[in-house]
Design a protein around this ligand. Structure first.
Ligand SMILES: [Fe+2]
Length: 358
C-alpha cells in the first residue's frame, strides 16, 4: 500500500505499507528506472552524476502503477510499490541468508546437517538445504563424496568458483611439509580462521577426506558468535575496535592485512578473523597493548574450551564446508597418513548463490 503524504521542495514523504519515508528529489532521480536513466538489461544506472545533481524539484503523483515522478525537461519514472519498498528498505533489514543460530558442542552435535553428495551437486533442494544450514550453523557435512579431486571441485563449484591462492585453487594436505604452514604437519592446530593476512579472507572453506590411515586428527570447529556472546564487555570492546595484523611469509609470498577480530556492521557481527599462529608482530602504546593481550587470551581460552568445540572425525568420502567468516577450525594432532583436499569459495559468490536459489 502506497500513499503520498506530502510533496515539498525537498522531495516526497510516502507511506509504504505503514512505514513513513522521506525521499529527496535527488534520491528519486538517482534511483529512476526509466529507459533514459537505467539500462534494464544490465540493471545498471546510466544517468550521470551531473544530471542527477541538476535534476531540481520534481513532481509526484500516485497512480495505479505506483509513484510516478517527473522532472521539468526530464523523464517520468514509475516506482511500483514493491520496487520502491525494496529500494528504500532500511540498511539494517537487508541481510543475505537465514539468521545465524549460535551453537555449542552440545547443541550442534545432534543438529549438524549432513547431505548426500548426489543430492548436493545434483538437485536444487540439496543445495538449498546446504546453503540454509551454512547460514544458520556456519557448517555442514557431506557424505558419499567420491575420493577424487574432481568431486571435491564439483561440491565447491556448486556454490561458486574456486578461489585461487598461494596454495593453488584446490590443494591437498598431507603431513609432509608440502607447504610452509602448520597444516602440512601432524601437529595440533588450534582453532583459527584462514586468511587473516588477506584483505578479503576466504568466505567458505571445504575439506574433503581422501585418505585416513591414522589415529587422531579430528577436525575441531567453534562458533565465534558464541565466543562473542561470552566475552567480557571490555574484551569485546577491544576486539571489535583494535586492528590486529596477520601475515603469511613463505611459498614465495609475503602477505599482510589487518582488521579487528570481531568486525561489526551496525549491531551485526559480520566477520571474525583470528589466527594466533599468523598474527604479525605489532606494538601499541601501553596500557592498550596489555588490554589487547588480555582480550586475545580471553578469546583464545573460549576458542579452546571443549564445551564450545564440535569434533568431526572426517573419514574417506566425507567432507565439511564451513563459513570461514564465522566458524573457527582446528585439528587435533595425529600420527599416520591423512590426506585432505580442500579449497575456498569467496564470500560474495556464496552470497550470490544464496540470493539466486532463495
Ligand atoms: Fe586453517
Amino acid at each position: 500500500m502506497l500513499t503520498l503524504v506530502s510533496t515539498s521542495e525537498r522531495g516526497v514523504i510516502v507511506d509504504l505499507d505503514g512505514r513513513v519515508v522521506e525521499l529527496s528529489w535527488t534520491w528519486l532521480r538517482d534511483h529512476a528506472t526509466d529507459a533514459e536513466s537505467y539500462l534494464i538489461s544490465a540493471q545498471q544506472r546510466v544517468v550521470t552524476p551531473q544530471t542527477i545533481a541538476a535534476a531540481g524539484v520534481g513532481d509526484a503523483v500516485v497512480s495505479s502503477a505506483g509513484l510516478e515522478v517527473s522532472w521539468p525537461g526530464g523523464p517520468t519514472t514509475v516506482f511500483d510499490v514493491d520496487a520502491l519498498s525494496a529500494l528504500a528498505a532500511p540498511a539494517e533489514s537487508v541481510r543475505v541468508g537465514v539468521e545465524p543460530e549460535p551453537w555449542t558442542r552440545a547443541t550442534l552435535t545432534d543438529r549438524l546437517q549432513r547431505i548426500d553428495f548426489v543430492e548436493f551437486v545434483g538437485g536444487v533442494d540439496g543445495l538449498r538445504t546446504g546453503v540454509d544450514h551454512l547460514w544458520r550453523d556456519g557448517l555442514i557435512a557431506l557424505t558419499g563424496v567420491p575420493l577424487d579431486t574432481r568431486s571435491t571441485r564439483a561440491v565447491l563449484e556448486r556454490i561458486g568458483y574456486i578461489r585461487s591462492t598461494i596454495f593453488g585453487d584446490l590443494w591437498e594436505f598431507r603431513s609432509d611439509g608440502g607447504f610452509d604452514d602448520t597444516a602440512s604437519t601432524p601437529l595440533e592446530i588450534t582453532p583459527h580462521t584462514d586468511g587473516t593476512y588477506s584483505h578479503d579472507a576466504p568466505g567458505l572453506l571445504g575439506l574433503h577426506c581422501h585418505l585416513y590411515e591414522a589415529t587422531g586428527g579430528e577436525n575441531v570447529f567453534v562458533d565465534s558468535t558464541t565466543i562473542a556472546n561470552r566475552l567480557s564487555s571490555e574484551s569485546h570492546r577491544v576486539l571489535s575496535t583494535v586492528d590486529i595484523p596477520g601475515r603469511y611469509i613463505g611459498d614465495g609470498a609475503h602477505l599482510m592485512a589487518k582488521r579487528p577480530v570481531l568486525r561489526y556492521e551496525g549491531n551485526r557481527l559480520v566477520q571474525v578473523s583470528y589466527n594466533h599462529h599468523d598474527r604479525a608482530p605489532f606494538v601499541l602504546p601501553e596500557p592498550v597493548m596489555g588490554e589487547v593481550y588480555a582480550a586475545l587470551f580471553e578469546f583464545d581460552a573460549l576458542a579452546n574450551n571443549a564445551d564450545l568445540q564440535l569434533e568431526v572425525e572426517l573419514r574417506p568420502g566425507e567432507m565439511v564446508i564451513f563459513d570461514n567468516w564465522r566458524v573457527l577450525h582446528g585439528r587435533r594432532a595425529f600420527s599416520g597418513e591423512r590426506l585432505i583436499a580442500g579449497g575456498y569459495v569467496n564470500r560474495e559468490d556464496f552470497e550470490s548463490t544464496t540470493r539466486l536459489i532463495t
